[in-house]
Every structure is written in structure tokens, then in C-alpha cells.
Write a protein that binds this ligand. Structure first.
Ligand SMILES: CC(C)(COP(=O)(O)OP(=O)(O)OC[C@H]1O[C@@H](n2cnc3c(N)ncnc32)[C@H](O)[C@@H]1OP(=O)(O)O)[C@@H](O)C(=O)NCCC(=O)NCCS
Length: 152
């Protein structure tokens, strides 16, 4: 028998990670009919910032986007699956790896289309950089992700 969901139960969000799904509509495309690069960058920044906020447990700003490679075009009608993970933590800065997969929903196949690094800085209530927790690595990180049941 399946377990009944408890609507009021508090469950932890994934720590230091965020996953996101989007659909490509014609308004999101360039003259070639594929996803506009700036639209993809905005999605990456959104997913990256959620991973950083989850790690910092508070507000962050984008300090840098780096090494973004557009490997494959993303087509109208594709789903876009983003996976953002904090991979390095300084005192107040967090480097987030963001991978973007194009998904042919009919076949269910995904391919890495774009990848990049984003740096976020945690801010205190005065808008100044504030220290963040170190990164959990290996099993601890996987266990923290597992706690959330793999939800986005
Ligand atoms: C990011 C920002 C808060 C840094 O402020 P600052 O006074 O330069 O802070 P500091 O020199 O004390 O640096 C704080 C941390 O940010 C990092 N940092 C600052 N600028 C950075 C950059 N361009 N790239 C990568 N890391 C950067 C520093 O290395 C430092 O990291 P650490 O604490 O892990 O050692 C500030 O530059 C800012 O507000 N920028 C605008 C952010 C913004 O508006 N983003 C939206 C873009 S539209």
C-alpha cells in the first residue's frame, strides 16, 4: 500500500542543489528557431541562484558568470532540464556548476546542451558579503539530496 502524503509535514529542500524544468516556446527563440542564448543564460542564473540560496540559507547576488559553453542548439518543443550544484565555497562566495539538457519529450532522450559556472556571493542584511557554511562532499551531500526525495 502506498504511504499517504501528509500535507502539513515539513521536509528539507535539497541542500546546495536545484533542478528545474522549462519548455521552449517560439517567443524564446532566435532567427534560427532555436532557443535564444540570453534566455538560456537567464534560466541558468535562476537555477544557479536557487542552489546558492539553498546553500547560504539567505540572499545572494550573482558576481560572475564564466565559461558558458553552448554545445548544442535547443529546439522549439524541447523540454529544458537544468541541474545546478554548488561545487566550491569560499568565505562568502559559492561557485555553482549549471548543466542544461535538451530533452526530446517524445523519445525521452536528454543531451547536454549548455554548461557553465556561476559565482554567487551571500549578503547580510546590510548588503555586505557574509560567510557561508563549507560544502558537504561525497556521501553527506548525496544523503542531504536524498532527504528531499529527489524533488526539484
Ligand atoms: C558581488 C559583490 C557583493 C562583492 O562585493 P565586494 O565588496 O567586492 O566584496 P569582497 O571584495 O569582500 O568579496 C566578497 C567575495 O566575493 C568574491 N567576488 C567579488 N567579486 C567577484 C567576481 N566578480 N567574481 C567572482 N567572485 C567575486 C570575492 O572573491 C569574495 O569571495 P570570498 O568571500 O569567498 O573570499 C559586489 O561586487 C556586488 O554587489 N556586485 C553586483 C552584484 C549584482 O548586482 N548582481 C546582479 C547582476 S545584474
Amino acid at each position: 500500500m502506498t504511504e499517504k502524503k501528509q500535507p502539513a509535514a515539513l521536509t528539507p529542500a535539497p541542500r546546495s542543489r536545484a533542478r528545474m524544468l522549462e519548455l521552449v516556446f517560439p517567443k524564446d527563440t532566435n532567427y534560427h528557431g532555436t532557443a535564444f542564448g540570453g534566455w538560456v543564460l537567464a534560466l541558468m542564473d535562476k537555477a544557479g541562484s536557487v542552489a546558492a540560496v539553498r546553500h547560504a540559507r539567505g540572499s545572494v547576488v550573482t558576481a560572475r558568470s564564466d565559461a558558458v559553453d553552448f554545445h548544442l542548439p535547443i529546439r522549439v518543443g524541447d523540454a529544458v532540464a537544468l541541474d545546478a550544484r554548488v561545487i566550491r565555497v569560499g568565505r562568502s562566495s559559492m561557485t555553482v556548476q549549471v548543466d542544461v539538457y535538451r530533452e526530446d519529450m517524445a523519445s525521452g532522450e536528454q543531451q547536454l546542451a549548455t554548461s557553465g559556472l556561476f559565482v554567487y556571493v551571500a549578503l547580510d542584511e546590510n548588503g555586505r558579503p557574509r560567510p557561508v557554511e563549507p560544502l558537504l562532499v561525497g556521501d553527506d551531500q548525496d544523503a542531504a539530496d536524498a532527504d528531499s526525495g529527489g524533488r526539484p
